[in-house]
Design a protein around this ligand. Structure first.
Ligand code: NAI
Length: 724
């Protein structure tokens, strides 16, 4: 039993549940009112007070740290804290405070075993690293990682020092520099945890090990974990001596630079901190870590990445409609029309969310193909151990397919992904309503106005767009498109289902190209225009990749299909007139049978091992094979400003509900560089006044397509930003 004094001074901790039995105190982290545990000063203070007491308590011989939440252990430090830091020094202090707590824990005279289930990320993993023995629940949802670089930071609670000493330098670099997470079994292999056990016995095993450690039956020293982590003897030798480590760090810096183009400083600073710790020792390493953490915390890149994080979090709580009284309809069954590339992907994310799905296809063969496409995504996940066989079966059981309308009277929501053809989509609307007049009809069209599709409906309030991105199982964004007639209930329902499917959902108003395709079109047109003016394909792609896009515009055209780009371009040209006219040469390229990667013939050739520019494509363009040099900055300015100005037009016209949505849509849908925060954050960083000037200059030089959006004229004149 716990001593009376200890119990009195502990007086019902707010963030922990404490159970003491058989000499073992179990601390269950349970931040009140929160779905997941995060680390913050009040919680840490209480933790220190608890361990102080328990250390003195003779009734307690060992401690088990675990989570009282069903969802997971600790998801990281509370990121909101970082928004309140004024300067690098205060962020550094925050890190030092956290380090001090974990130091205290590591030095505790009684053994502490940590039992991990679910997310154990960032500061959560640093907490676990300071414990003396780690056990993870062997379950697909258990994930461990130091993910700080994802928001532009480095671990600040000792992670850069403890992790490499536990799993070896190379394994630690692999995890920290990419912000990667691993599951229980991989963690065991790396030596990151000492055991992986079935979830049901996690706590029992942890208490058992705690007692064994206390009695000396189990040794408290760290296992020689590198055994599993280091794949080769050469690698081990490298890590053992200073010169070898130098080689490792140099290699790591080179790899990071090649990957990030120098846009993301955090991984480099993480290497600095780790290296410093090996040169000057653990304590100095911690100091360095906190210092670098402080600098990064107030950097622009970290700010932008955190803003995106907050925008995404805010969207998770956003119902998509302004009236809080509006509730989404209960959806118990979903129908999917068309089991092709998009339809099968949509069916997968839906059954994955636990909802029954019925696919309707044209014939048996197509239906079977749709089913097996979903099956192979699930197989892939079983192979990667993110689900087990039983879960795969459970999900597959939710899926049926048919070639008629049977079963569609029972669906609450229908998502249509048949061919891109207005007449066909309208026919689908009428046929669906004939069997299910109340059901919500969502179209995944990429370019047809939803208003047009809704014209076929007797209940246009139930018609909207749910625009997914390919591949649906990987791309995070869903653009929900509403017409003037779509009911708020239908909107809220589509948003709720999108979130269930794991998507970040933005709601936009119907209009040609909606939001994402609309801002992509002028960006692509400008790149094509530069090509016509004589720029080389390499220079164009290179310039935009340097700006931070994952691929350049010409590569993107090849990937999407030049014919597809041409088709969408034509639609938007029709809708917006001359300013969105794609250069005529693009049609010539398509007419010459070049469709892009899909027929291995585009701006690049795909015959050899390496993707190379196909010089013969220049024969179809003005200027032929002799190309002119354009400065990368000029290319970036023209192409990016086309996109940003169009985004501002969308906000001004009410296509977008907010600048936040515009940023999230561009980053998650189009790969707008995350460290620039999205078109509106970027516009704010440049300054609206300066941006306006730039556009006016380009307008004089290149014509009316650069006419600044009225909203920018307004903001620029006053010098006010888009984000408060
Ligand atoms: P797809 O050609 O792979 O699939 C279309 C499927 O619809 C085919 O399996 C076809 O058999 C089926 N289908 C045709 N008529 C049907 C009918 N009357 N009843 C039932 N099934 C029928 O095409 P994909 O790429 O999946 O595109 C589908 C829709 O998604 C299109 O509207 C497209 O614009 C849109 N979209 C496509 C994206 C992409 O990247 N491919 C991205 C976003 C939207």
């Amino acid at each position: 039993m716990m001593s009376a004094e200890a119990v009195a001074s502990m007086q019902a901790p707010r963030h922990f549940r404490v159970e003491i039995a058989d000499g073992v105190a179990t601390l269950l982290v349970d931040d009140p009112g929160e779905k997941v545990n995060t680390i913050h000063p009040a919680l840490m203070e209480e933790f220190v007070a608890l361990v102080d007491r328990l250390e003195k308590d003779d009734a307690v011989r060992a401690i088990v740290l675990a989570s009282g939440k069903a969802d997971g252990f600790v998801a990281g430090a509370r990121i909101e804290l970082m928004q309140t830091v004024k300067d690098a020094a205060s962020a550094q202090r925050l890190a030092r405070d956290g380090q001090a707590v974990f130091d205290r824990l590591e030095r505790l005279r009684k053994p502490v075993v940590v039992a991990i289930h679910g997310a154990c990320l960032g500061g959560g993993l640093e907490w676990a690293l300071a414990c003396h023995y780690r056990i993870a629940a062997d379950h697909p949802r258990t994930s461990l990682g130091l993910v700080e670089v994802q928001i532009g930071l480095i671990p600040g609670g000792g992670g850069t020092q403890r992790l490499p000493r536990l799993v070896g330098i190379q394994a630690a670099l692999d995890l920290i520099l990419a912000g990667k997470t691993v599951k229980a079994r991989k963690a065991l292999k790396l030596g990151l945890v000492d055991e992986a056990v079935p979830p049901a016995i996690l706590l029992d095993v942890a208490r058992d090990r705690a007692r064994a450690l206390a009695s000396g039956k189990l040794r408290r020293e760290r296992r020689p974990a590198r055994k599993g982590a280091v794949e080769s003897v050469t690698r081990l030798a490298l890590e053992e001596n200073a010169l070898g480590r130098q080689v490792l760090f140099r290699q790591a810096r080179r790899t990071v630079l090649a990957k990030t183009k120098g846009h993301y400083p955090a991984p480099l600073r993480a290497i600095d901190a780790i290296e410093h710790g090996y040169q000057k020792g653990f304590a100095k390493g911690l100091e360095k870590e906190a210092e670098l953490f402080g600098q990064l915390a107030v950097s622009d890149v970290a700010r932008r990445l955190m803003e995106i994080f907050f925008a995404t979090t805010a969207l998770k709580k956003d119902s998509g409609v302004d009236d809080p009284a509006v509730k989404p309809r209960k959806v118990e069954r979903v129908g999917v029309l068309g089991g092709g590339l998009m339809g099968s992907g949509i069916a997968y994310v839906t059954v994955n969310a636990g909802l029954p799905v019925r696919i309707r296809e044209r014939d048996d063969a197509a239906a079977a193909k749709g089913l097996s496409a979903v099956g192979s995504i699930l197989d892939d996940r079983v192979k990667k151990r993110s689900i087990d066989r039983l879960e795969r079966l459970e999900k597959l059981r939710l899926l049926t397919a048919t070639t008629d309308w049977s079963g569609f009277a029972e669906v609450d929501l229908l998502i249509e992904a048949v061919f891109e053809d207005l007449a066909l989509k309208q026919e689908m609307v009428r046929a669906f309503e004939a069997v299910n007049p109340r059901g919500i009809f969502a179209s995944n069209t990429s370019s047809i106005p939803i208003t047009k599709i809704a014209e076929a409906s007797a209940h246009p309030e139930t018609v909207l767009g749910m625009h997914y991105f390919s591949p649906v199982n990987k791309m995070p964004l869903l653009e929900v498109i509403v017409t003037g007639k779509t009911s708020p209930e239908a909107t809220a329902t589509a948003v709720a289902i999108g979130k269930k499917q794991g998507k970040t959902v933005i709601v936009v108003r119907d209009g040609p190209g909606f939001y994402t395709s609309r801002i992509l079109a002028p960006y692509m047109n400008e790149a094509a225009q530069l090509l016509v003016e004589g720029a080389s394909i390499e220079d164009l792609d290179h310039a935009l990749v340097e700006f931070g896009f994952p691929v350049g515009p010409i590569t993107l055209l090849d990937e999407v299909g030049i014919d597809v780009g041409d088709k969408v371009g034509k639609i938007l040209h029709g809708a917006f007139g001359a300013r969105m006219a794609p250069p005529a040469s693009l049609h010539d390229v398509v007419a010459a049978g070049r469709l892009g990667r899909k027929n291995r013939k585009g701006f690049y050739t795909y015959d050899g091992k390496e993707k190379r520019v196909d010089e013969t494509v220049y024969d179809l363009l003005p200027g032929g094979r002799s190309r002119k040099r354009f400065a990368p900055e000029d290319i970036q300015e023209r192409v990016v400003l086309q996109m940003v100005n169009e985004a501002i037009l969308c906000l001004g016209e009410g296509i977008l509900r907010s600048a936040r949505d515009g940023d999230v849509g561009a980053v998650f849908g189009l790969g707008f560089p995350p460290f620039r925060g999205g078109p509106f954050r970027w516009a704010d960083a440049v300054g609206t006044r300066k941006l306006l000037d730039k556009l006016e200059t380009l307008r004089t030089r290149h014509g009316e397509r650069f006419a600044p959006a009225p909203l920018l004229v307004e903001r620029g004149a006053a010098g006010t930003p888009f984000h408060r």
